[in-house]
Design a protein around this ligand. Sequence first.
Ligand code: MG
Length: 159
Amino acid sequence: MFRVGYGYDSHRFEEGRPLMLGGVHIPHPAGLRGHSDADVLIHAVIDALLGAAALGDIGSHFPDTDEKWRGADSARLLEAVAKEIADAGYAVSNIDATVICEAPKLRPHVDEIRKRLAALLGIEVSQVSVKGKTNEKMDDVGAGIGIEAHCVALLEMRK
Ligand code: MG
């Protein structure tokens, strides 16, 4: 049995924070504002995985009202979700994500991000797709206010 899930997230830029995308530090003058490290891509991946398994969402697992998750490394959250998905009997078939921002350019970092996400999920790099786009200067993301990320995930119930 296959199950599909979808995740979305967005965060505003904030000066003086490191920019983390898919568990990789990306050199940029601003990072993203958030309770955790604000890794918008990992957050979208987590919601896609939890959605596919109908196991709730990132907010129900790691509430941003909980001091425990302040400054949290989102890579650790993704590892915890990957374990929960596996414990529920699912294997990740593939994930496909899109990150939207005017800057920085994602292309030079895509392969490193794919490798990192694959390692965190315990799957092959060929099962992880990450695509970068601009918003053609439209709307708030196009004005450079922040970054948004979308992800779909396909899970297969292990026999
Ligand atoms: Mg988030």
